[in-house]
Design a binder for this molecule. Structure first.
Ligand SMILES: [Zn+2]
Length: 340
């Protein structure tokens, strides 16, 4: 479907589930590695492409951590963030809610205020230079326990940067029950932030119920296992609680065995508001345009269907009403002129 791929490449899009360090493309990693010559990450593009070819999940984690190790000071944070937006602009992404994990950087010695200033500086520059609007979801790295939850809530509530719109929870789900994070989500919600935890990616539907009832989730990161509970699917559809679906990521992490078996079809059939996202794009060898191509194949979408999918992300975003209307109109305008 070469024509459909060209259509997707130019389609104005919003992305709601994409991680900060997980978005470091080989080009960005090379720039960061050049700033830190003691790192074992190669700097020439060919060697780097090889380095980014994952043998298995353990290798993926190893590479991910070596990229985390390259983000050592505020300038690294600024460069990473700005260049992510640059990569997004090349894919016609107009708006993104980027999941940022301040705890990881602060623990590595970057002062909280400097970290927040770096991302905010990059956000303003990216909007001015590339026309990409960035907003933040500060997320708790679940595997780091309640200390990281306390620190993430503190930074979100006390420093509350202008671009911050939501509060999240990532990391492994197995052995990390959602309800223990309720007090931290309560604080973030009281401070005006939206609740968007990951849930039901590697565990069952009960984790999604917990995210809804305990963490007052307004959107669910992944929610892959929702299809195992018809009552939950009906609830998500009735209350218009969107799912942030990341098909290729689900295959890479083995949350779903084969793309052909991906539950996105059942989610859409149940009337759930489904959005398509890339999660950790270069790490999973994908990008948002590729994910739209995957969705087109799995859901049998034509141009209008893809435009509707793009508008789902706009509707599910935390943009204000006029900004949503503007981006939706841009999607419609692009689609109609393409089809003429
Ligand atoms: Zn994620």
């Amino acid at each position: 479907m070469p024509d459909l791929h060209t259509f997707i490449a130019g389609l104005p899009k919003a992305e709601l589930h994409v991680h900060h360090v997980g978005s470091a493309s080989p080009r960005i990693v090379a720039e960061l590695a050049a700033r830190h010559p003691d790192s074992k990450v190669p700097t020439d593009p060919e060697a780097l492409a090889d380095y980014f070819t994952f043998r298995d999940f353990a290798h993926f984690i190893e590479v991910y951590l070596s990229v985390v190790d390259l983000v050592r000071d505020a300038e690294d944070v600024r460069l990473l963030t700005y260049e992510i937006a640059h990569d997004m602009a090349k894919q016609s992404i107009r708006y993104a809610e980027l999941t940022v994990t301040p705890y990881s950087s602060i623990r590595r010695g970057i002062p909280d205020v400097a970290f927040v200033e770096a991302i905010e500086d990059a956000r303003r520059a990216a909007e001015a230079d590339h026309g990409v609007i960035l907003r933040w979801c500060f997320d708790i790295p679940g595997e780091a326990g309640l200390e990281s939850a306390e620190e993430t809530a503190r930074v979100a509530v006390d420093l509350g940067p202008e671009g911050l719109v939501s509060f999240g929870l990532g990391g492994p789900e197995v052995g990390v029950p959602r309800p223990q994070f309720k007090p931290y989500f309560d604080r973030a919600i009281a401070a005006g932030l939206h609740s968007v935890p990951h849930a039901g990616e590697t565990t069952g539907p009960q984790t999604i119920w917990d995210a809804l009832t305990e963490l007052r989730a307004e959107r669910i990161g992944h929610g892959t296992s929702a299809v195992r509970d018809p009552r939950l699917l009906a609830h998500l559809a009735e209350y218009r609680i969107p799912l942030e679906v990341c098909p290729t990521s689900n295959i890479a992490t083995r949350a779903v065995e084969r793309l052909e078996d991906h539950p996105i079809k059942e989610m859409v059939a149940a009337g759930v508001l489904v959005t398509v996202n890339s999660d950790d794009p270069p790490m999973f060898g994908t990008d948002l345009n590729t994910e739209y191509g995957v969705a087109a194949r799995l859901l049998d979408l034509d141009e209008r269907g893809l435009a509707a999918l793009a508008k789902n992300a706009v509707e599910a975003s935390f943009l204000d009403g006029p900004a949503k209307a503007k981006l939706a109109a841009e999607i419609d305008g692009y689609t109609e002129s393409w089809l003429q």
